[in-house]
Design a protein around this ligand. Structure first.
Ligand SMILES: Nc1ncnc2c1ncn2[C@@H]1O[C@H](COP(=O)(O)OP(=O)(O)OP(=O)(O)O)[C@@H](O)[C@H]1O
Length: 342
């Protein structure tokens, strides 16, 4: 299949509204190779759309171009970071912003309209700020005079929503585990209520017990706010937790797009074949490994393994209660709410 045909085959629009939230047309992404000064094309001629409020999973092996695409979709390349990928061909519109040639006004809107949770975002939190201040930072960095009471409430709600103890608001990132820091980074990405959220490897660094809560949170954000999401992962099972609509990358090309079943049944590309084999293996009942009785015991345990940790999340999201509880636990949070951040 030629690049052009691959692009055309991938043109599927599950749009739920009139204008898709993401429109990539013959998109190519390159890096400037360190030292050499020459270009390396990490993604070539990708054409796809994502409807408003939809969730797209992007899967592919290591080096297939997921991170490059995620970074470009996030629009963060304009922050002038070294070794960041850039759009070297075609066009990309995300949340109605032209990411190839954004105007000055559009550049200002990018970090408000597009949330980005990169791999290792938690490690980039500021260690000189408390968790509450880190969560509030995307707002405070734009507007120091923002209503501190509202901000305190939003930070408390978000820390609860990412399933962390309210008491953590007064702690510093270096006092938390890596998975906890990653969830704080998610809370910070959400405080500006982006209309599009790009998440690179959501399960990475988050312990297995906390993962279901994280996936439920992403689902809730998608449903409650009609937030369009792009979930990038090397693992089909991770993506499958959130969506059935996938785009498959291999060596810098889009090789398939559609529902997981469509993709697995329609393409004879070697990577898709490997995905199919992996799926069949995961569904096999471990023949010969355990007897029937043991298998039943395993299934009983397995059924409870990913059960909702807390069905009462609505109640826990009650802002008033959260605030009161936090103010009782941490007097410094009450001071933070009153605007005293010293
Ligand atoms: N800074 C860079 N300069 C030049 N080439 C790069 C740079 N970063 C990545 N690449 C190359 O671009 C290609 C795509 O890399 P990318 O990180 O997007 O892949 P990926 O699918 O996210 O892989 P992984 O799952 O391992 O993170 C790879 O061949 C990689 O070697």
């Amino acid at each position: 299949m030629t690049t052009h045909e691959q692009g055309a085959a991938a043109r599927v629009s599950p749009a739920t509204g009139p204008t898709p939230a993401i429109v990539a047309d013959d998109l190519s992404i390159s890096y400037i190779e360190h030292g050499a000064g020459s270009r390396y094309e990490a993604l070539s001629g990708a054409t796809f759309e994502v409807g408003r409020g939809a969730i797209l999973g992007i899967v592919g092996t290591a080096g297939s171009g997921k991170t490059a695409l995620g970074r470009v979709l996030s629009g963060r390349g304009f922050e002038g970071r070294d070794s960041w990928p850039f759009i070297s061909g075609g066009t990309l519109h995300v949340a109605d912003l032209d990411l190839r040639r954004p105007s000055r006004g559009e550049r200002r809107r990018i970090t408000l309209d597009i949330g980005y949770l990169a791999q290792g975002s938690g490690d980039e939190l500021r260690n000189d700020l408390t968790v509450a201040e880190n969560i509030a930072e995307p707002i405070l960095s734009r507007d120091r005079t923002f209503d501190k009471r509202k901000l305190g409430r939003a930070a408390a709600l978000l820390i609860d929503a990412v399933d962390l103890e309210l008491g953590m608001l007064g702690r510093f990132p270096f006092e938390l585990s890596r998975g906890q820091r990653q969830r704080v980074a998610l809370a910070a990405a959400l405080i500006v209520e982006p209309s599009v959220l790009v998440v690179d490897e959501p399960a990475q660094g988050v312990d297995i017990i906390a993962r279901p809560a994280l996936f439920r949170l992403l689902e809730r954000i998608n449903a409650a706010r009609q937030c369009t999401m792009v979930i990038l992962s090397h693992d089909l099972a991770t993506v499958q937790r959130l969506t059935n609509d996938v785009l498959v990358l291999d060596q810098g090309f889009v090789i398939a797009r559609g529902t997981i079943d469509e993709v697995l049944s329609s393409s004879d590309h070697p990577y898709v074949q490997r995905m199919r084999e992996a799926r069949e293996f995961a569904q096999a009942p471990l023949p010969g490994l355990v007897d029937d009785e043991a298998l039943q015991a395993v299934e009983r345990v397995a059924d409870g393994l990913f059960e909702d940790i807390d069905d009462d999340i609505e109640a826990r999201l009650d802002a008033q209660r959260a605030e009161e509880q936090l103010a009782r636990q941490r007097p410094e949070f009450a001071r933070f709410q009153q605007g005293d951040t010293e």
